[in-house]
Design a binder for this molecule. Structure first.
Ligand code: EPU
Length: 417
């Protein structure tokens, strides 16, 4: 096991290039099994979650060749094999195997997902969608069993606009008979990315990115080549780190439109932000104003940036209130930040943050974004070395984090525990 060591107090300076999006990649890889021939994914992030997904596909008999930021997936020899255990258990997003296998084979057995369990994360909307398409779904000894004689298009209204359920239903419906309409669909950019891949494979999907998605089922899908969208959460994390250290960083290879909510909030605090076609420059200032933040579904402020934003708000004057309306209890970073001297209390689904300086401490990342929050907090500390354990969570979502931060001038290194 390794830990991250951070000797903070240095403003981040320079340029960082952002990799492809984790939350797209881990939906696009399973989507590839719906094709009958090779799918090539470009701009793939180098992350442990991506490696686990490659393992899952190989277990089914797909040929996976991963080199640098490109993955070639040949699913032509893939078989319908039950997956109650093994790598599916390591990953929350293995739930996409349900939609993809159901679409391809009309059956699947998938062990209930693992992953970042910052709070119970139900999958009832995924199951509601599969059942509406004609599948029988049962939970047997911790595995979800799905089976359908035939998948038939239908209208599905999601009670919550869930990213996972929207994508999973698209995967199953792409090869169903007839048209499926998803109402109250999630609108995150990753959903558009998955629809774009499926359409390049021969699917007929319209309306991705709006609350109504229409999927006209087709009998067969073919291979294609697709480039993954940039990771807006990694980009937002570097924006926050640049501001928190009063640095000056150009965040490159991004879609600035995907970052509108975080950009607006940071400007409201007094951070100087310049937008270009494919990059954003973030310049810190000596003093920031407190702000209130509400994490919502896209295009609202991303819940995945809520924890990193908590660390930035410790650097603002006065009291900020940060509420999460996507997850009610995503605050595992708070007790660790308090260990570093932060004045934060959690009330219901809000964190109330009083600005002040932080101290070096030994802290533990309990999930991916909590880990990012602790790294940012460590970067602001003037004296001493902050130690962050739970690095395996951070590796699930941040591509080349240590080398990127070092390139920006941070004194950060990995050390064996
Ligand atoms: N929900 C339900 N029932 C469902 C599905 C979701 O009640 O069947 C609820 C959840 O409990 C939550 C809300 O709906 O309160 C939104 O959940 P959603 O389904 O949108 O989340 P997800 O698809 O499981 C993805 C990302 C998360 C990100 C959320 C929200 C992946 C693999 N994960 O999760 O990413 O926080 O959308 O944007 O795409 C992360 O990257 O750190 C991460 C956790």
């Amino acid at each position: 096991m390794e830990k991250l060591m951070i000797s903070g107090g240095r403003p981040l300076q320079g340029m960082v290039s952002i990799s492809g999006a984790k939350n797209s990649a881990i939906a696009l890889i399973p989507a590839a099994i719906l094709a009958e021939s090779e799918v090539i994914l470009d701009n793939l992030p180098l992350l442990s979650d991506v490696a686990v997904y490659a393992e899952i596909l190989e277990e089914l008999g797909a040929k996976v060749a991963w080199e640098g930021s490109q993955m070639r997936i040949d699913p032509s020899a893939i078989k319908s094999i039950p997956m109650p255990n093994g790598p599916v258990k390591k990953l929350r997003a293995s739930y996409y195997m349900m939609g993809a296998m159901l679409g391809r084979f009309k059956e699947a057995v998938v062990g209930l997902p693992g992953g970042c369990n910052f709070e119970p994360r139900p999958i009832d909307q995924h199951i509601k969608g599969f059942e509406a398409l004609g599948a029988t779904v049962t939970n047997e000894h911790g595995s979800i069993h799905l089976h359908a004689k035939e998948l038939r298009g239908t209208k599905i209204y999601l009670d919550v606009s869930s990213v996972g359920a929207t994508i999973n239903i698209m995967l199953a419906a792409a090869r169903a008979k007839g048209a499926t309409i998803i109402e109250n669909a999630a609108k995150e950019p990753e959903i558009i990315d998955v629809a774009t891949l499926l359409n390049s494979m021969g699917a007929i999907i319209k309306g991705a990115g709006t609350e109504t998605i229409r999927i006209e089922g087709v009998s067969e899908l073919h291979g294609c080549r697709h480039s993954i969208i940039p990771d807006r959460i990694q980009a937002g994390t570097y924006m926050i780190a640049a501001a928190a250290t009063r640095g000056d960083v150009l965040i490159d290879n991004i879609i600035p439109k995907h970052l509108e909510a975080i950009t607006a909030k940071m400007q409201e605090m007094g951070v100087v932000i310049e937008e270009f076609d494919e990059s954003i420059r973030v310049k810190g200032t000596p003093s920031y104003e407190h702000v209130d933040v509400k994490a919502l579904v896209y295009p609202g402020f991303a819940t995945d940036l809520q924890s990193p934003m908590t660390s930035l708000l410790t650097q603002a004057r006065g009291v900020s209130v940060l509420s999460d309306f996507v997850y009610s209890n995503r605050f595992k970073h708070v007790p660790e930040l308090v260990r570093m001297g932060a004045k934060i209390r959690v009330e219901g689904r809000s964190a109330i943050i009083e600005g002040g300086l932080l101290n070096a401490a030994k802290v533990k990342a309990a999930d991916l974004r909590a880990g990012a929050a602790l790294v940012i907090a460590g970067l602001t500390v003037e004296d001493g070395v902050t130690e962050v354990t739970g690095v395996e969570y951070i590796d699930r979502g941040y591509d080349h984090l240590v080398s990127n931060l070092r390139m920006l001038g941070a004194d950060v290194w990995r050390q064996s525990e």
